[in-house]
Write a protein that binds this ligand. Structure first.
Ligand SMILES: CC(C)(COP(=O)(O)OP(=O)(O)OC[C@H]1O[C@@H](n2cnc3c(N)ncnc32)[C@H](O)[C@@H]1OP(=O)(O)O)[C@@H](O)C(=O)NCCC(=O)NCCS
Length: 145
């Protein structure tokens, strides 16, 4: 099934389908506006959202990827629940890593919510290791409604 999938950067027209996928995958939380996240990522040359498209033209996977001038970051890795366990998640992360390598980034980092600990095993299978750091954060604008 995933052999027929092609991967390309998203365009603005993909927003609704991408947000629907993120919602189906449990990645949407009240303090983030996923459509605003999507639009912001597409508005910068330093970031994008990669999408996997099946042979029917449907978006079945995503990975948001970007670099901050020091490190590469991956967000919103998602695979259609009906297609999980067939290697597409691994492929999306590999595509994002390739994007970052092409951008000259020496390291890739990602965040896993404390409520989503079961995904740690997925990233460990892909060669990721837990980092001995504590993330701190502060909103610079009000979170989007
Ligand atoms: C996490 C997610 C993207 C994985 O996608 P997937 O297509 O099911 O993963 P793959 O089939 O490519 O799996 C890659 C490897 O990880 C392993 N793996 C996947 N999920 C795993 C899990 N929960 N526990 C242990 N191993 C897992 C697979 O067995 C596979 O191993 P192998 O290639 O060595 O045989 C998908 O489950 C998903 O969309 N989850 C909901 C959204 C989410 O939590 N995203 C991450 C936010 S940080």
């Amino acid at each position: 099934m995933t052999a027929a999938v092609t991967i390309r950067p998203c365009t603005a027209e993909d927003c609704d389908a991408v947000v629907a996928l993120w919602t189906a995958c449990g990645l949407v939380v009240p303090w983030n506006n996923p459509a605003a996240d999507f639009t912001l990522a597409l508005s910068k040359s330093s970031s994008t959202v990669l999408a996997a498209i099946d042979d029917g033209g449907r978006i079945v996977g995503t990975a948001m990827v970007g670099q901050d001038g020091h490190r590469g970051w991956i967000y919103y890795v998602a695979v259609d629940p009906a297609l999980q366990g067939q290697g597409l998640g691994r492929r999306m992360v590999a595509e994002a890593e390739g994007w970052l390598t092409a951008a000259g980034m020496p390291k890739v980092q990602l965040l896993v919510r404390e409520t989503n600990q079961r995904v740690l095993a997925f990233y460990e299978r892909l060669g990721y290791a837990r980092s001995p750091v504590t993330m701190m954060q502060k909103w610079l604008t009000n979170p989007s409604p």
